[in-house]
Design a protein around this ligand. Structure first.
Ligand code: F6R
Length: 260
C-alpha cells in the first residue's frame, strides 16, 4: 500500500485526478470503478476540467459504480444515478452504453419503515449476479476509486460484512444512515438498503485508490490502515491488496501512528 498525505482536500483531489489521468492516457478503454459521496467530488471536477481542456477523452472508458440505494429512481436527486450524471457523466464525453450502476428502483414501495418489493420489482439476486458478470466480461476493473465511511466501510460493506462478499443487497448501518442524512431532507428519507459491490468484488480491481478527507475520517483511516484486517472494518482488506494507493489530507491522516 502506498500512502500519500496531502495538505488539504484540493491537493488530494488533484493527486487522485492525476493518477486517473495517467491510467486513461495509458489505456483509453480503461475499466474504471467509481464512488459517489462528498470525497470524490473534487477529483471529478479536476477530470471534467481536463476533459474540457482536451487532455482526456472518455469515449471508450467503461465505468462501474460501487453502489446504489435500493428503491430510489434514477431521477431522484439523492440517487447515485443522478449524482453521477450531475457531477461527472453529464460533463464528459462518456458513451452512456458504457456506464454501469446497479439499477434497483422500480417496483419498490415505501412503507413506514422499509422499502419493500411490490411484486413487480426485479429479482435483486439476479441483478447482483448480472452486475458481477458484466464486470467479468470487460476483463475486470482496472482502477477502482473508493471513499471510506466513518465506520470503515468501502462501498456499502458495513461492519460485519464478509470479506469474501460479492455484489449483494446491504443493510446500511445506523451510523451511515446518520452520515448520509445530510443529503436528504430528513433522516427517515435515507433508504435503509443498497446494492453494493462486495468486498471481494472491490478487492479484485487491479488498482485501487482510496481517498479520505477530514477529521471525521481519521479514526476509520487509522483502523483500516494500521489495525487488524477484519470484517468489522471492511477497508482493512486493502492492506492485503498489492496495488493500492491511499490519498489522505492531513486531517484524515492525523490519527495514523506510522505515517501521521
Ligand atoms: C459511495 C460509497 C461509500 C462512500 C463513503 C464515504 O459510492 O460507496 O462507501 O465512499 O460512505 O462517503 P463520503 O465521501 O460522502 O464521506
Amino acid at each position: 500500500m502506498i500512502i500519500i498525505i496531502k495538505k488539504n482536500y484540493d491537493e488530494l483531489s488533484k493527486e487522485a485526478a492525476k493518477i486517473i489521468k495517467e491510467a486513461i492516457l495509458e489505456k483509453p478503454n480503461l475499466v474504471l470503478g467509481l464512488a459517489t459521496g462528498s470525497t470524490p467530488l473534487g477529483t471529478y471536477q479536476e477530470l471534467i476540467q481536463m476533459h474540457k481542456e482536451g487532455i482526456l477523452d472518455f469515449s471508450r472508458i467503461i465505468t462501474f459504480n460501487l453502489d446504489e440505494y435500493l428503491g430510489l429512481s434514477a431521477n431522484h436527486p439523492q440517487s447515485y444515478h443522478y449524482y453521477m450524471k450531475k457531477n461527472l457523466f453529464g460533463e464528459i464525453n462518456i458513451n452512456p452504453e458504457n456506464i454501469h450502476i446497479p439499477e434497483c428502483s422500480e417496483g419498490w414501495r415505501r412503507t413506514n419503515v422499509l422499502r419493500v418489493p411490490d411484486g413487480t420489482a426485479k429479482d435483486v439476486k439476479a441483478l447482483c449476479r448480472d452486475y458481477e458478470k458484466a464486470i467479468q466480461e470487460t476483463g475486470g476493473i482496472d482502477l477502482q476509486i473508493l471513499g471510506i465511511g466513518s465506520d470503515g466501510h468501502i462501498g456499502f460493506n458495513e461492519p460485519g460484512t464478509s470479506l469474501d462478499s460479492r455484489t449483494h443487497v446491504a443493510k446500511l448501518a445506523e451510523s451511515t444512515i446518520r452520515d448520509n442524512s445530510r443529503f436528504f431532507e430528513k433522516k427517515e428519507d435515507v433508504p435503509e438498503s443498497a446494492i453494493t459491490m462486495g468486498v471481494q468484488t472491490i478487492f479484485e480491481a487491479k488498482k485501487i485508490i482510496l481517498l479520505a478527507s477530514g477529521e471525521n475520517k481519521a479514526t476509520a483511516v487509522a483502523k483500516a490502515l494500521e489495525g487488524p484486517i477484519t470484517s468489522q472494518i471492511t477497508a482493512s482488506i486493502l492492506q492485503r491488496h498489492s496495488n493500492t494507493i491511499v490519498i489522505l489530507d492531513e486531517k484524515a491522516a492525523s490519527k495514523l501512528k506510522k505515517y501521521g
